[in-house]
Design a protein around this ligand. Structure first.
Ligand SMILES: [Zn+2]
Length: 70
């Protein structure tokens, strides 16, 4: 009888482990999509497009450089 109990516990453990694995695979991975990198026209620093400031066809890293560049 104890052997059967151990077997049941073992199977239960395997089932729980599989469920855990499945849940981990199902959760979406938080990965930043690869963003376009652009270069500031003043200091030549690379930065993602979403953080860049566009002005008159030129790209700047910050407002100060935008003013300096234009
Ligand atoms: Zn800059």
């Amino acid at each position: 009888m104890p052997k059967l109990l151990l077997f049941v516990l073992f199977v239960l453990g395997v089932v729980l482990w599989f469920k855990h694995q499945g849940r981990r695979d199902a959760s979406p991975r938080v990965e930043r999509p690869v963003e376009d990198m652009v270069r500031c026209a003043v200091c030549r620093v690379n930065l993602p497009r979403s953080e860049a400031i566009l002005s008159q066809g030129k790209i700047y890293c910050c407002d100060e450089h935008r003013r300096r560049g234009s």
